[in-house]
Design a protein around this ligand. Structure first.
Ligand code: ACO
Length: 228
C-alpha cells in the first residue's frame, strides 16, 4: 500500500471511491438512505470537494495496480475556523436534499453546542471530516494508517487541535487508538423530531455520535519540525 497526499486533480477519483464505499455505507448516510451504492450525492460531494481544496487529505493507493491510480482509502481533512459551522448550518436551509439536511443538522448543531474553539481557545482546528476504506480492503489497518498520517500532517502544519465527528463504533475506536479523546456524545435515539420520532434510525452496533479531539502540545510540534 502507498500513502499519498490528495491534490485537487485527484478529486474525481476520490469521489468515485466515496460513491462506492462511503456514501451508502457510513452509519448516518445509511440510516438516512442518502443514496444508493455507486450513485452520486451532489450535496455530500460538495462537502468533500471543499475539504480536498485544503490540501491536507491523504489517500491509500494499491501499489500492485501499476497502470491506474487505484484508491482504496481516503481521509479528507479540512481547516475549521470559528464561525464556519454556524455559516454551514445557516446554508443548510437552502439545501434541497432532505436526507443530507437531517445528517448535517445533527452534526452542526452538536458542534455548536459543544464548542471546542471556546473550550481550547484556538482560532483554527484540523478537522478530520471523512474516513473511508474500500469494502474489499477493510480490516487490514488502512484506516488506522490514514488517521496516523493525518495526525502527522496536522503536526507538520502547526495545528494545536484536531477534531473528528466519529459516527460509528469502529471509527470511534480508531480515533481513540490514536490519542483522540471524547469531548461530547449524542445518542442517536435522542435525536428526535417534535413528535418524539427518531430522525436517523442508525443500526446497531452504532449507537451514538462522538465528537473527539486531540490536543497537540508545543513540545510535540517543535520535535516534529526539527525532524523534517
Ligand atoms: N468489525 C470489527 N472491528 C473493526 C471493523 C469491523 N467491521 N472495522 C474496523 N474494526 C477495528 C479493527 O479491528 C481495528 O482494531 P485494532 O486496531 O484493534 O486491530 C480498527 O478498527 C482499525 O481497523 P482498520 O483495518 O484500520 O479499519 P478499516 O481499514 O477496515 O476501515 C472504516 C474502517 C473506515 C470504519 C471502514 O469500515 C469504512 O470505510 N466504513 C464506512 C465509512 C465509515 O463509517 N467511515 C467512518 C465514519 S466517521 C468519519 O468519517 C470521520
Amino acid at each position: 500500500m502507498e500513502y499519498k497526499m490528495i491534490a485537487p486533480e485527484h478529486s474525481e477519483q476520490v469521489m468515485e471511491h466515496l460513491r462506492r464505499n462511503f456514501f451508502a455505507d457510513e452509519p448516518l448516510n445509511k440510516a438516512a438512505g442518502l443514496c444508493q451504492n455507486g450513485s452520486s450525492c451532489p450535496a455530500l460531494e460538495a462537502h468533500c470537494a471543499e475539504a480536498i481544496q485544503h490540501r491536507m487529505s491523504v489517500m491509500a493507493v494499491d501499489a500492485k495496480e501499476k497502470d491506474t491510480l487505484k484508491i482504496v482509502g481516503v481521509v479528507l481533512n479540512g481547516i475549521l475556523k470559528p464561525g464556519d459551522t454556524a455559516k454551514a448550518l445557516s446554508k443548510l436551509d437552502c439545501n434541497d436534499d432532505a436526507d443530507f439536511r437531517k445528517i448535517f443538522d445533527l452534526l452542526h448543531r452538536h458542534n455548536l453546542k459543544h464548542n471546542l474553539f471556546e473550550h481550547f481557545d484556538v482560532d483554527c482546528m484540523f478537522d478530520v471530516r471523512i474516513l473511508s476504506v474500500d469494502s474489499c480492503y477493510r480490516g487490514q489497518g488502512i484506516a488506522n494508517e490514514l488517521v496516523k498520517r493525518s495526525v502527522a500532517v496536522a503536526k507538520k502544519n502547526g495545528f494545536r487541535l484536531l477534531k473528528a465527528d466519529a459516527t460509528g463504533i469502529f471509527s470511534q475506536k480508531i480515533f481513540r487508538s490514536h490519542g483522540f479523546e471524547v469531548f461530547s456524545e449524542q445518542p442517536y435515539s435522542k435525536y428526535t423530531d417534535e413528535n418524539g420520532k427518531v430522525i436517523l434510525p442508525v443500526v446497531a452496533p452504532h449507537i451514538k455520535l462522538q465528537q473527539l479531539y486531540k490536543a497537540i502540545c508545543a513540545d510535540d510540534q517543535d520535535e516534529k519540525k526539527q525532524s523534517l
